[in-house]
Design a protein around this ligand. Structure first.
Ligand code: ADP
Length: 297
């Protein structure tokens, strides 16, 4: 699209600066102050958001292909998108709508539920380590190791209070992950209790949504304040310079999806991906092809 000024619009038109600057958890962040219906950093409406989403989708697809090509050519880099949020916050929608815009063979989505018997026999990071993305891939964690300092804490599923120890352990784990050339992008989708009620009600009125409803969702909801307290602690203790948290107001699904897409595009852009050079003799192959074309009647 061309603006009246004749200048080409940038792929990020609509954002005031980088999305991460508006969403990153910094010192003094207070979850209690968050307006979950806001659209921080983006000055457009839903229609502008959707138009931008289309452009970003194309860019995301190109960048993902470059990452995949790098991985196929011996590169070891990968990206891990960690998604956290209360029930109905839209984590599943991110996998479908954002990652749905790229080639599925370059993406691995892993949802973490209640640990299986086998998983319970191991350290809580065991199942997480096994699910880290392979080189060239974008991995998505729909819930993650953070459940072990959220639901496990709120429901008192372990003895004592290992939280401070676990935050340190998680920071070390994420550092190791980054050292293994996997860039970690952490996003928490936050909705209001009212918005969650609307979404849960919808699950009970629409037959195409019944399958998503779980009676235990209402029990979790009853512990809302405990969860918010646990989330605040997670943000205070595990938002590091190399793997900061991004808190995304998610009452507007279009905004949450746009924000995650922009963060993912920016993350990939920052990796300075390039197409791998040919690992064969380009001139010789071109000459061979030219000969074949000549010989073809
Ligand atoms: P979702 O609600 O994300 O669509 P599920 O209905 O399978 O998916 O719910 C996953 C459940 O597993 C959530 O209630 C979550 O809190 C729980 N869970 C995830 N990780 C753990 C864990 N480490 N320990 C206990 N419960 C967990």
């Amino acid at each position: 699209m061309v603006k009246k000024s004749g200048k080409k619009r940038s792929a990020t038109a609509g954002w005031e600066g980088r999305a991460a600057d508006a969403l990153r958890v910094g010192p003094g962040f207070d979850l209690g102050e968050l307006d979950t219906s806001a659209t921080p950093g983006f000055d457009g409406d839903d229609a502008a958001g959707e138009a931008l989403m289309k452009r970003l989708g194309r860019r995301l697809s190109d960048l993902q292909e470059m990452l995949y090509a790098e991985g196929r050519s011996g590169g070891t880099r990968a990206v891990l998108l960690v998604l956290q949020g209360m029930d109905t916050s839209g984590k599943g929608g991110i996998s479908r709508h954002v990652l749905g815009m790229v080639d599925p063979q370059g993406v691995t989505v892993r949802a973490f539920g209640v640990p299986t018997e086998e998983e319970r026999r191991h350290h809580y990071l065991w199942r997480i380590r096994r699910a880290l993305p392979q080189p060239g891939r974008i991995g998505v964690f729909d819930r993650s190791h953070y459940e072990d300092v959220l639901v496990v804490r709120v429901d008192g599923l372990v003895e004592d209070d290992p939280w401070l120890e676990r935050y340190e352990e998680i920071i070390r784990f994420e550092r190791e992950t980054e050292a293994a050339r996997i860039t970690v992008l952490k996003c928490a989708l936050m909705i209001s209790p009212h918005e969650q009620l609307e979404r849960l009600s919808e699950r009970l009125t629409r037959p195409d949504k019944f399958w998503k409803y779980n009676p235990s969702d209402l029990d979790v909801r009853a512990k809302w304040d405990d969860y918010m307290h646990a989330y605040q602690d997670v943000f205070d203790h595990t938002s590091t310079a190399s793997a900061p948290w991004h808190v995304i107001p998610a009452d507007h699904k279009w905004y949450a999806r746009l924000a995650v897409t922009q963060l993912l595009v920016d993350t990939l852009e920052d990796m300075n991906l390039t197409w791998p050079a040919a690992d064969f003799d380009l001139d010789a192959e071109r000459a061979r092809l030219a000969r074949m074309l000549e010989e073809t009647p």
